[in-house]
Write a protein that binds this ligand. Structure first.
Ligand code: ZN
Length: 301
């Protein structure tokens, strides 16, 4: 027990008659110790911050790059280098910092990836919803890519995704207000080569891509957010392409409905072909297909 503490203890156990005087004495006696402790604590915190700052910045920026590129091995190699340095110099502070950094970095980078599926019949605004999510992400500063089915020239040719005449998405460069959105035209998703920082991917007409499941899964495992707009069923209400195979692999499924183009009263849920063709893929717009409710699909009114 220090001299100051034993003196404080003695003062506090003093008689009640002298209590007020003693408390004043104790305060005066303890004050310099408290001040000294504060100075030591401030100095300690400053030292700690100065020691950590350069390492934190290096590890954080490497971790950011690695998570984006899904190259955890690179960062772990860096951490191992610094760990070796810390062991050699017996730096306890650095060792503690590295333990924290390593546990943060070892988090699987695929945690950030996801697949969102937007399905529904024709004319249910699936593309509009997909583009809306992509645009929100771009407004939040995330560079995005939209993959357009190469065979789709119904509304607009070239690298412009068009949901209907009012909603269209060409490639746009980045600005202060919005990250860039790049539109690519492809017949296989794998042909859409993405940059490392393009972490949001919109897919239009998902039912047409032969590599839909494997490529969406690959992108999600790279840490990308994949948003797929697709017809879930064809005109005969059969599963369309690999869209339904994506369901057990995605984070969310939303089935949109339009307005029945026959009765115009109920929601539409199925696509109906107006011609007699039985080919599954017959591109066309309002002249070839309509979107109808269940009763109208079966010819009731
Ligand atoms: Zn109807």
């Amino acid at each position: 027990m220090s001299a100051a503490a034993s003196s404080t203890s003695a003062a506090i156990s003093g008689t009640s008659a002298a209590a007020e005087d003693n408390i004043a004495d104790v305060s005066a006696e303890v004050a310099p110790y408290l001040e000294a402790l504060e100075v030591i604590a401030e100095g300690y915190k400053a030292d700690l911050a100065a020691a950590i700052a350069p390492h934190l910045a290096t590890i954080q920026s490497a971790a950011d790059r690695a998570v984006q590129a899904a190259k955890v091995e690179t960062v772990m190699a860096l951490v191992r280098d610094v760990q070796a340095y810390a062991a050699e110099h017996d730096d306890a502070l650095l060792k503690g910092l590295l333990r924290a950094a390593a546990s943060a970095i070892e988090k699987d980078p695929t945690d950030a990836g996801s697949i969102e599926l937007i399905v529904g019949p024709m004319f249910s605004e699936k593309t509009t919803e997909m583009l809306s999510r992509v645009r929100r992400a771009a407004l939040a500063g995330e560079p995005a890519v939209v993959v357009k089915w190469a065979g789709d020239t119904r509304y607009e040719a070239g690298a412009v995704v068009a949901a209907h005449s009012e909603v269209r998405q060409p490639s746009v460069p980045g600005s202060d207000a919005c990250a860039p959105i790049r539109v690519v035209v492809a017949r296989r998703l794998a042909a859409a080569e993405l940059d490392e920082d393009e972490l949001v991917v919109g897919v239009d007409e998902g039912q047409f891509y032969p590599d839909l499941v494997e490529q969406c899964e690959a992108w999600a495992r790279e840490g990308r957010r994949v948003i797929v707009a697709a017809l879930d069923g064809d005109f005969a209400r059969r599963p369309f392409g690999a869209v339904c195979d994506l369901v057990p692999r995605c984070e969310s499924v939303e089935k949109l409905r339009g307005v029945c183009m026959s009765c115009r009263k109920r929601d539409s849920v199925f696509s109906q072909r107006l011609s007699d063709s039985t080919a599954v893929v017959q591109e066309g717009g309002r002249e070839s297909y309509r979107s109808v409710c269940r009763p109208c699909y079966f010819g009731k009114k």
